[in-house]
Design a protein around this ligand. Structure first.
Ligand code: GDP
Length: 464
């Protein structure tokens, strides 16, 4: 049996020989992470057999021999529930797998023949691929490390008259009565913290994405823990800094500030130190179409959330991350998911829109010399592409079965190829219906769009 030390040594050697890769998949809730990882594993398991992976040279050239799941390295991280996901997709009728809610991991051994024969003739090689899936919401917490409690409180805005602010009215009313100097009442604090978390959850349900702190939305094993019991104090001013800092330890302000620091030190930082720092490559999934469907306020909000999220990939010299550790991601993909919601001739526009949405973060990445590629894909294609005859003209359409079981033939709409201006929202209607996964014969690979292109960018060079 291998001891942990020799296993680490083994891993180190494998890495040195370029035979091991740690690939992470992230994105906000419902962006399609679970579907993506399930499909990725499924495609690789069927590689060399029936999987359609023409855009991945190793597969196209018949050099990819297949993949097997093996024991993961870190036994403290839950295993990605691939089997459960496949059970849902193989059901009658097929169902979407239940989404994962925290970090999970799965290790694959991929066997392939190198493109060029080695000295010893035909040989097979193995790439150990560690796959991780974690909520993009956790990355929204990076900017929080740049704050202290006072400046963070001031940066959180839950007022105004938007739809989002309305979800925080209860919390706002409760917090308005508080005096930072008063002695803390633990029960009351827990109550107001719960109201705050409720506001965040309601905002997420309503389709908003730019929400902080991330763990309030997906607390995992921290549910109910005091470290998640804080909230911003809206009334406090920079000018009061000295006075607030002098308040006794039992004051409301000092208690909230302490919990905020604890959250930074014991929740946010460890994720970056223990996980993020060790990823070699990442793919960030974005449900652009979902946001487009949900209207201007949500779309703007997604844009803000993405620029926050992408800060975790900005390795500029003075970036927050480089101050924490030396990041090592050498390749990044950004993908607009669920591309099967629109007709194929719209896919190019979808990528253009994704690039427009991420224009600033992409500039920063290029500046920091991180190779990045934007693409559109459908991890699990749920529609068939069709052509219909409309008044003598052939036009593209999609066919699928809605979640309610109704068969539908439709043209969902045009995707704008740039950030939509104000008049776009009033002019154009979108109708991206949610579809059921397509039925398929058991044991056949999942239908997809451009999973092979994503695989090529993320691991193709390691299979050459
Ligand atoms: P997660 O929260 O990021 O893990 O998101 P999921 O993978 O659970 O995806 C959320 C929902 O988006 C799924 O339940 C599906 O309804 C839909 N979805 C995900 N991927 C696809 C896809 O490739 N095509 C289509 N049509 N829908 C998808």
């Amino acid at each position: 049996m291998r001891t942990p030390l020799t296993r680490e040594l083994h891993d180190l050697l494998e890495r040195g020989r370029d035979r091991q890769l740690r690939l992470a998949v992230t994105g906000l809730s419902r962006s399609g992470k679970t579907a993506f990882l399930t499909s990725l594993v499924n495609q690789l398991r069927h590689a060399g057999l029936e999987a359609r992976l023409d855009l991945l040279p190793a597969a196209r050239e018949g050099r990819l021999l297949g993949a097997r799941r093996i024991q993961q390295q870190d036994l403290g991280v839950p295993r990605f529930p691939y089997d459960q996901a496949m059970l849902a997709l193989d059901d009658q009728p097929p169902r979407w797998p239940e989404a994962t809610r925290g970090i999970s991991e799965l290790r694959l051994a991929i066997r392939y023949r190198p493109a060029r024969r080695g000295l010893l003739g035909v040989e097979t090689r193995q790439l150990t691929l560690d796959l991780f899936d974690y909520p993009g919401e956790w990355l929204l917490d990076l900017p929080l490390l740049d704050h202290d409690y006072l400046s963070w409180s001031r940066a959180q805005r839950h007022d105004g008259d938007g739809e989002r602010a309305a979800l925080f009215t209860d919390w706002h009313r409760a917090v308005a009565d508080l005096d930072p100097a008063e002695e803390v009442d633990e029960a009351r604090l827990a109550e107001i913290a719960e109201q705050y978390a409720k506001g965040l959850r309601a905002a997420r349900e309503a389709g908003f994405a730019d929400l902080q702190p991330g763990r309030f939305l997906l607390p995992g094993e921290l549910e109910g823990a005091p470290v998640l019991q804080f909230f911003p104090l809206p009334g406090i001013a920079e000018a009061d800094r000295g006075e607030l800092a002098a308040l006794p330890a039992e004051s409301l302000y000092a208690t909230l500030a302490r919990r905020f620091r604890h959250y930074q030190q014991h929740i946010v930082k460890p994720f970056y130190r223990e996980h993020f720092r060790r990823f070699d490559r990442q793919i960030v999934l974005v449900d652009v179409l979902g946001a487009l469907n949900a209207g201007p306020e949500r779309f703007e909000d997604l844009s803000r959330a993405l620029s926050n999220l992408m800060q975790s990939f900005d390795y500029g010299r003075r970036s927050l991350l480089t101050r924490l550790f030396a990041p090592r991601i050498d390749r990044l993909a950004i993908a607009a998911t669920k591309a099967d919601h629109v007709t194929p001739e719209q896919h190019g526009r979808l990528v253009a829109l994704l690039e427009a949405l991420l224009a600033d973060p992409l500039k920063d990445l290029r500046f920091a010399d991180v190779p990045v590629r934007a693409l559109s894909l459908a991890a699990i294609r749920a529609t068939q592409s069709r052509e219909v005859n409309q008044q003598g003209r052939r036009s593209p359409a999609l066919q699928g079965t809605t979640l309610a079981g109704e068969s539908l033939l439709m043209f969902p709409g045009e995707v704008p190829d740039r950030l939509p201006a104000a008049d776009f929202w009033s002019r154009q209607g979108f109708d991206f219906t949610a579809f059921r996964p397509l039925p398929r014969d058991k044991g056949t690979p999942l239908p997809h769009i451009r999973m092979d292109a994503a695989l090529d960018w993320l691991i193709g060079d390691k299979l050459s």
